[in-house]
Design a protein around this ligand. Structure first.
Ligand code: ZN
Length: 276
């Protein structure tokens, strides 16, 4: 089994390096736009870093390539891709909306902490968190001008955002199915955490299990794909051309090697078993 882990590790390591190379090329010494669109530039630069961090997190942790964990991460990646594309349609206004909503949300959280302190919770940790949050908000905007908004930040639904960006399939075939994992819906849980009881007298009730299927490399491919689509949206916006191998190509270049290593370890262990 150790050799198989090693093969996966080698594969994952190549993907990690590619993810970082793609990100660094777009964040180090990258001249963003005309220099007057600070919020847009900040948001887009930070969002590709976030998307890279999620893909990197999966690549660094091949044990997450299972139906239990990967879809939760992938849903977040799809969400980010939709957000990025949607902001790019009206970058000036929407990037400001995006930031302001986040600041408002942090202000609300800070006020909850402050209320706890006022109510007599004398916990130094809470005080420190509240102060740090407050300082983070104030470093960007005067606290009193930060508006707390409820509901979705974009003021519209994810489905409508996908329609507006011209990619309904992303909503239907990626966002919705991965959401079933995030929200622990039966169409996820019933597949991955339930098996039919063996006893024929038990009216076919389900028994909770943790389905054992690993590694599902397609999940890592999806992560590469959502990262790549985000990088493409970034490059399109800034009219940037990269010479670095795109993540899915990197994946494809190494996946056969992984398959060959995996199968050779598998067949040699089968032979060993036969000899015994
Ligand atoms: Zn039973």
């Amino acid at each position: 089994m150790d050799d198989r882990y090693e093969a996966v590790g080698k594969f994952a390591s190549a993907i990690c390096q590619n993810i970082l190379a793609n990100l660094n090329e777009r964040t180090e010494n990258f001249r963003l736009g005309d220099g007057f669109e600070t919020t847009t530039n900040s948001v887009f630069s930070a969002l590709i870093a976030r998307q890279s961090a999620l893909a990197l997190g999966m690549a660094e942790s091949p044990l997450t390539w299972s139906g239990h964990i990967a879809p939760v991460i992938l849903r977040s990646m799809v969400d980010l891709l939709i957000t990025f594309r949607w902001i790019a349609i009206n970058p000036r206004d929407r990037s400001i909306e995006y930031v302001n909503y986040g600041l408002g949300s942090e202000k609300l959280l800070t006020s909850h902490y402050q209320k706890q302190i006022e109510d007599g919770t004398d916990d130094d940790r809470i005080r420190k968190i509240a102060e740090a949050n407050f300082a983070w908000i104030e470093s960007q905007q005067f606290h009193i001008f930060v508006e707390v908004k409820l509901g979705s930040w974009a003021g519209t639904s994810i489905r409508k955002m996908c329609e507006e960006t011209g990619d309904k399939d992303l909503y239907n075939f990626a966002y919705v199915p991965f959401s079933a994992a995030v929200h622990n819906m039966w169409n996820h849980v019933g597949k991955w955490n339930a098996r039919t009881c063996d006893n024929p007298m038990h009216k076919q009730h389900s028994v909770g299990v943790i389905a054992d299927a690993w590694p599902i490399v397609d999940f890592m491919f999806r992560a590469c794909k959502y990262l790549e689509l985000t990088l493409e949206a970034f490059d399109k916006f800034y009219e940037f051309r990269s010479d670095i191998t795109p993540p899915t190509q990197e994946f494809n270049e190494h996946i056969e090697q992984l398959g060959a290593s995996w199968n050779s370890v598998q067949s040699s262990s089968d032979e060993g078993a036969e000899r015994v």
